[in-house]
Design a protein. Sequence first.
Lengths: 674, 549
Amino acid sequence: MATRIGVDIGGTFTDLVYYDEETGRTVEGKVPTVPSSPDEGVVDAVRRCVPKEVIERAEFFLHGTTVGLNALLERRGAKVGLITTAGFRDVLEIRRGDRAEMYNLFWKQPEPLVPRHLRLEVDERIRADGGVHRPLDEASVRTAVAALMAEGVDSIAVCLINAYANPAHEERVAAIVRDLGFAGSMSLSHRISGEYREYERTSTTVIDAFVRARMSGYLKRLDARLRELGFRGTSLITRSGSGSMTFGEAEDRPFETIMSGPVAGAQGASEIARMLDIEAMVTADVGGTSFDTALILGGEPQILYEGVIDNMPIQTPWVDVRSIGSGGGSIAHIDVGGLMRVGPRSAGAAPGPACYGKGGTEPAMTDAAAFLGMLGPGRLASGITLDIGRAETAIAPVAAAIGQNVEATAIGILRIAASSMANAMREVSVEQGLDPRRMVLLPFGGAGPLMATLLADELGMTRIVVPPLAGNFSAWGLLGADMVQSAARTKIMDLDDAGLAAAGDVLADLFREVAARGDHAVPETVRSGRLDLRYKGQEHWLSIDVPVAGDRFALTAAEIGAAFAEEYRRSFDAVLPGVVEIVSIRASERAPLPRRGEIAAATAAPAGAEEAFDAYSFTGKARLRFRVVPRAAIGEVLDGPAIVTESTATLYLDAGWTASAGRHGELVLQRRGA
Amino acid sequence: MSGFDPVTFEIIQNALEAVTDEMFAAQRKTSMSAIIYEVLDLGSGICDAEGEIAASGAGIPAFVGVLDKAVKRILDKHPAATIRPGDLFATNDPYWGGVTHLNDMILALPVFSDGRIVAWTANIAHWNDVGGNVPGSMSSEATEIFQEGVRVPAVKLFAAGVANEAVFDILMVNSRLPDFLRGDLWAGIAGVRIGERRILELIDKYGAACFTAALEDFMRLGERHALAGVARLPNGRYAFAEEQDDGAVYRVTVEITDDSFVVDLTDNPPQKGSSNSSREGSEISAQLAFKAVADADAPGNGGFYRPLKVLTRPGTVFHVEAPGAMGYYSEVEIRLFDLILRCLAAHIPDIVPAGNFASICGTVIGGPHPDTGRHYTIVEPQLGGWGAMKGRDGNPAIFSGFHGETYNCPAEVAEARYGLTVDELALTVAEGGDGRWRGGKGISVRYRVRADDNFLSVGYTRTRVPPWGVAGGGDGTPNFVEVLRPGKPAERYAFGTNIPLNRDDVIHLVTGVGGGYGDPRERDPLAVRRDLRDGYITPEHAEAVYGLR
């Protein structure tokens, strides 16, 4: 039950939750994100919200950030030079030739991260079986490196054909790069991904090279600032594929954190689902800038092994979370066709929505909600007092442009935002053939509880669970992130005794690789292994969890074959007679964090006595009298319409909904008559 | 209709698309041939009880259009009253609902509720070898369909749930690659069965009447989108004629009114060799062109295509009659698709980008694997350059308009699997497609053969008449294939069947640069300098064509 601090940086706010072992208390805090210097926001949050003695006795600092992702999306990363095998200079630009919009002749293909003049070839060739087809021409390496150094690249990525099968040439290229005095960072494809497919591996390697310096600088700065505040424990950052890794490990493998932004929320949601025994759940994380949604089945998020960011593939495990640019700060505007749109541009933390009175003048979704009274009388827990007049002034020009009054325009802004969020939720549920109406909605993030009943009504859902610390839920989710390291390698062999023995050698090798990465001493780790298997002749594989004993697989080839057949039948309704083949071997090592206590949240609501307030009801289609109730005061059943306040979020409980307190500090919302 | 709420309709409609995606994924992931699992030369869909397409999955847009036509033909031959639950139909014969060529096998499964057909799940996939005169079954020299492989004329593969082993046996003995064929057949069966299971779940939840009403509502939605799209296009009668690589001239007239879009193909050359298309295939080309200009984002269901009419004359390349061959139907269909777009572009400015490499560039390589001796076959389309448009250069190296979510075979996969060496996979730097915005580059691929007794078959068009520029932009460059043998002069091909290859021979595939848009002298000098720096153009070309000094 070690003391720990979790800080999650969102596009608008930086959220903090700490658990103090001495008192058994979980405490939350929230400060504006500083986009130009996110570490400032983190340090500020820790200094302001966590007592010095708690910082000093904390064993873990757990962090979720989109620093790497933002660098990538905004193309603010290193100037990367790519060294590749002769004949393959254009792999990044040729991609796989697919057209994402098959009927759209005007579709635009993404720009490669490295322009052609910085993609240089060296003469060498490894064969698919690892044999050397043509030795490395070291003079060609020196020419290429000299050219890239002359161009002033910050970082060199090396991705040679078939390096997954034999890394010798990549390693030699790296040595030459260093010999020639290149001082920037280097990313070698075989260390990034042991899997085949040159475009996907090159893309992953280049992404790593692109974000490496920025991530490393950020983590080093942040760690140093935390030490200055008196922190003496281990600093951890979330991984895209769930779990966490140390800052040192993340500096070495930054690409593994790229898709981690929304993972802490999904991780926390899984914990809630297990705690409350909820079989199927959809999350709705509404922040200031973005909306994230994930499907949690049987208490687990969905993990995939190859992701895509901004049309670029990345070979790394990741938790399937869909994101769209819609949140409390999303700005309403008029498009070229004269229609009103909401987002994706956001007012962010600065200047923020107009009603925050910090200089914002454009109408954000929060302004519309404030104008409609959905946020209550106007004293937000974060200390902000809402200025409804400013909200109205900001909405007025948009209202004039569409020929409506401010009230109707504000309603429209909320409905447009809710409908685009609901579409993303359909993508993770309906489009997987699953009906969201039978699922539980878990809203969180600063504006999640505000949107909860609107979203549920859009999708016909009847049950909502508002978790404790909803406004800071991602940071809470961080506190449970075990340390994880994983590695994978493609080695195609038949699944027989000899093949399995060889796969066992690879597994042992991967465990050694994973252990060598660790810069932390962990007393007890849990190892797991997977085999990607297919029928010989197929290309796609199923990943099968295979128990591990020591550093070897604990089952026989026949037992693994039977498990594969079972999984194949479950997935495809058939079993084929053919030989089963191993494609890749995956190793993962998890170091569980000490368990923490229940969420005994101490949330002080700002308002004292209960008030009443006029606000717009979407189900009643008119302004109604809403009760204003502090969350802590809810006991048995509260009937909507009501506005429920807590320290970091405001719950809008529309007419037709009821709320009651659950056993673990959660609020359970039920649609009346359902 | 009354009594069903629109939200339920929307959920069912979204679920249908999810089901077709799941059918697609199941077939792709369980198939044995790279052309299915990697190139994704397959399509899956759900039709209503009468065979109108209701929803389609990812893959090849040109394939989705086949499924409704196939189901309707199956219903012609097997009246609904004779169909039993557990029946599963197969057809690959263009004269029996197969539409394309014998390599493409269509499976269709009627979904029953309360003893009545409520829907069909169907899919189509390219099989590497179905017999016939040549390995890979597609021959540019075929003149009759009998030379192109085994014909499956809309028969029951399963009758009331029991496999018709005779059909399985006949298929197996007719293929040069029976193991692949069996795997791919079972992958297709898995696909239609998963679709059936999911549809039954939907019916279980919402009732058959609600399900059927949701399909009807979806068709009307498609039709509304199409009519709105047609209304946006300028009315008129537009004609265009284009010379082909072999000197033949293809002609099209498109007549657009307030609520109809008529493609007249009656004035075209007689059928010849194996480069012919069935009437249904020509309809698919017209559907794709119609979709692109009317509303690319709308659901492409049967309702959407209601405003479209296609006129053809039997006995022509666009309406082949039995027993005409059609192994290379796809090159005829894509020529027609490109011709309709070019016709519209000539009359309606900026309606589509400049011309692209517009060929499937079908490439078949096969023979014994150098290490194992096991016979392998690669069947793959190629990537090429696309045309420029107002404000933007064309895309480099993407698949033709007949492919969508299609992926090329990575060099590392090709080497691990086939034992070929891939010497090069690069952009071509051929000169062409110049303009204020320039055409995207095509590709240059070199496959080195490592064993004797391999073979190559190719079917490329746009090998002489290049992709078209617009608004003063230059034409692009043609597609071609070369065979480079040690110490011999290069052999150049457009169509070729069973070209022998031996150890260390190199197959060099080159695809075209797309057409340009506007006067090259008006190109932004910064863009010209960037192209120069990136090696896409030479200093001489920059000066001569773009006026860069």
